[in-house]
Design a protein around this ligand. Structure first.
Ligand code: FAD
Length: 310
């Protein structure tokens, strides 16, 4: 058995999700990482350091800029032959690429894997995380996406071989025209140790600044409910939940969030939850380890003053 992991990267940086994906599949056999994209020298160097990686295979063809499935899938399908498992993180690229790859290889993909029970037995959440399904596959090859928040990152300290991949010119009808990015120096939401999440009850984009200030004080990432995002109070990439990001921080501070099922689906990996809410009966308050019942506009500044004083 051997494993091919598609590296997750952006702006010339390797995403922390790649080391988590490698850790998830570490027991399955020798691991190769595939890096596709232009200007990825640093990505390749960082990937080679991940423990457990045998080889980093790389193509810097300009056709891979934008990471479109149309460009990535043909090469992945060509390389797949030598591997028992072809794996990516369940991020936006992996979710797009892997089902198409599976279709091309005539395989059943297993998506959002949260535990590997063996080479062909996997756990994954269903019904928005309300049940865990165990999938046993009798296929000889497996196409997987990994829910990386369920796994710790593999350690660094390796020096894997780096090998270019030769392939036919990339032909794709898709072309990256522009990428609009949110700039910020807060930690990555998907791998942050502390996340402060705000709900629609903050009332405005200006009100959301309070959430951001508390997060900055704690060195935390900022999350939001879909209601807050839909209202325009927080950017789309802060959304946590079934249709947003799945997070697994050590601490989640939920400010003015009711705890709808779709939001809870994104925070099930959180180890401790503090809920700040004026409604003691709110579902999220019910599952929190620590409950601060009251008006968020009083409680958050009070909490910040208390933290400042320490
Ligand atoms: P509300 O449910 O309105 O809750 C507001 C909370 O704030 C209440 O508990 C209230 O007591 C409290 N509050 C009000 N004022 C104050 C105050 N001054 N001080 C303290 N507390 C106060 N939602 C997500 O979050 N993520 C998703 O990915 C997601 N995906 C969805 C997918 C589908 C298909 C659908 C149908 C819905 C999805 N939703 C998602 C929406 C979800 O159902 C809820 O509508 C949403 O999570 C509610 O957000 P909220 O907690 O901010 O708002």
């Amino acid at each position: 058995m051997s494993v091919l992991v598609l590296a997750d990267h952006d702006l010339g940086r390797l995403s922390p999700s790649t080391a988590r994906t490698v850790h998830a599949v570490a027991e399955l056999g020798p691991i190769d990482i595939l890096v596709l994209g232009e200007g990825v020298d640093q990505v390749v160097a960082d990937a080679a350091q991940i423990s457990g990686v045998q080889r980093v295979r790389v193509s810097q063809d300009s056709g891979f800029v934008g990471q479109s499935a149309e460009a990535l899938v043909p090469l992945l399908a060509e390389l797949a032959e030598g591997y028992s498992h072809i794996v990516a993180s369940a991020g936006s690229v992996g979710r797009d690429v892997m089902p198409r790859l599976a279709a091309k290889l005539d395989l059943m993909p297993v998506t959002d894997v949260t535990a590997l029970l063996g080479p062909n037995r996997f756990e994954r959440p269903i019904y928005a995380g309300n049940a865990i399904e165990t999938v046993t596959s009798n296929q000889t090859q497996h196409v997987l996406t990994i829910r990386t928040s369920s796994f710790a990152p593999a350690a660094n300290g390796n020096s894997a071989t780096i090998e270019p991949v030769s392939h036919a010119p990339v032909i794709s009808a898709a072309r990256l025209i522009d990428a609009l990015r949110t700039e910020g120096d807060t930690p990555d939401l998907g791998s942050a140790r502390i996340v402060v999440g705000g709900g629609v009850s903050v009332g405005s984009a200006e009100g959301f600044k309070l959430i951001e200030q508390l997060a900055a004080q704690l060195g935390a990432a900022v999350g939001a409910t879909r209601a807050a995002v839909d209202a325009g109070y927080a950017p789309n990439d802060w959304q946590v939940g079934q249709t947003g990001k799945v997070i697994a921080p050590d601490l989640y501070i939920a400010v003015g969030i009711s705890g709808a099922l779709q939001h809870l689906a994104g925070i099930q990996g959180a180890k401790k939850i503090i809920a700040i809410n004026k409604d003691a009966e709110a579902p999220l308050v019910q599952i929190a380890e620590l409950r601060l019942i009251g008006d968020l506009f009083e409680m958050v500044p009070a909490l910040m003053r208390e933290l400042e004083a320490r």
